[in-house]
Design a protein around this ligand. Sequence first.
Ligand SMILES: Cc1ncc(COP(=O)(O)O)c(C=O)c1O
Length: 467
Amino acid sequence: MIDARLLDRQFVLHPFSALASHEEAGALMMAREANGCWITDDAGNRYLDGMAGLWCVNVGYGRDEIADAFADQTRKLSYFHGFSSMATEPAAVLASRIIAKTPGDMSKVFFGASGSDANDTQAKLVWYYNNARGKPQKKKIIARTRGYHGVTVLSGGLTGLPGLHAGFDLPLPMIRHVSPPHNLWVRHQNEDDATFSKRLAAELEALILAEGPDTVGAFIAEPVMGAGGVILPPEGYFDKIQAVLKRHDVLLIADEVICGFGRLGTWFGSDRYNIKPDLMTIAKGITSGYAPLSGCVVSSDVWRTIVDEGGKKFGAFGHGYTYTAHPIMAAAALANLDILENEHLVDRAAKMGAILQDALKSAFADLPIVAEVRGTGLVAAVEFAVPGANGPSKFDKTLTVGARIVRKALEAGLIIRALPDGDSVSFSPPFVIDEGEIDFMAKTARKAADDIFEELRSEGALNTIAA
Ligand SMILES: Cc1ncc(COP(=O)(O)O)c(C=O)c1O
């Protein structure tokens, strides 16, 4: 019999894992069956996947419709490329359905295989666009600390998390960061949504002016920041940010990799926050994680410049992958879109999302180490911190509070995720989740947090909190 755990330890370089301890302890091997929100490991333990994999299995596991789409397309036409004006039907149909759904005046889709490569393409589109317009200096890209945009050489630097830069010589020199709209750690005590948004927009404008507007090409932002902490924009934030960008002729890239395709209870985060992107990045929910597929959605204005000016100056568009517009991936995405539409799953995400937010707020209302419960739609986080008279402060990193809570929850059959920089634990379940499963999630997470709270007390880590 194959010992997959042993093979994994011996031969796989794992993403985002502590490599030395993984070599020793090995993996949790997911196996056997997965259905709806539930997944089973190789020892037969069942887990409710409260993270939908990595924020992506939106229609839930085990969907026959997508399996059939893979099989049918594989038999019909397993592969053909899109270079030199070649095409396949599934990718063409998929692009038309994406353009019909995206807000604003979007025009074209460039397909990739991951959110990271799509954001690299976005940067190249920004550079190409400005070279085509005769503005070769306008190349810097501004992102936000705690933003997550991927890990490739360019997108890894856009990501504003130091843990992803360390040891990799990132970010590249044309990348800058501004503050995120983090309610807990960035908002001043006396700031309401309007003044907080105004300050953040002013910070962005000051940076653009300091760098020189003719050197800044684009600003990239997730509508709701995901992996950096599930951070929601305050009311009016994107209106003010977009006004700054317009003033200085800076493109807006909306990174919809998590928000897109329904997670906030709207098709896109841009719908929700009245964002009018010039470029939009999509991935994850486009196939519900069944297939690696991403896209850069390009607005009509940017498109026209690329075609009319870029074509004249640079000839044929010199960018694309072997797997750009892969027909099997596109067929899987079309089946996924059919499920989302036929089962009204975006509306369901809104409805179940409201239930999830309430359930988490009430489950965690009275635990002293809870600093904030936040979220919208089917994405949420609970942030743990040391309470204090002058507001909460972060736990000592070495206590690894978030990671310990996640491990406890796992032992009790719930998968959630610890996020970097602070002790937030995130929830992002499949849209097919029901009320009973939400109740299980909230109660199991609370019990895990209670257990770690007791552990911290007995370790003397919470001496400032009255017993
Ligand atoms: C908002 C956002 N952008 C980009 C990415 C990168 O996507 P990928 O992991 O597919 O490269 C992610 C991944 O979590 C993401 O959340």
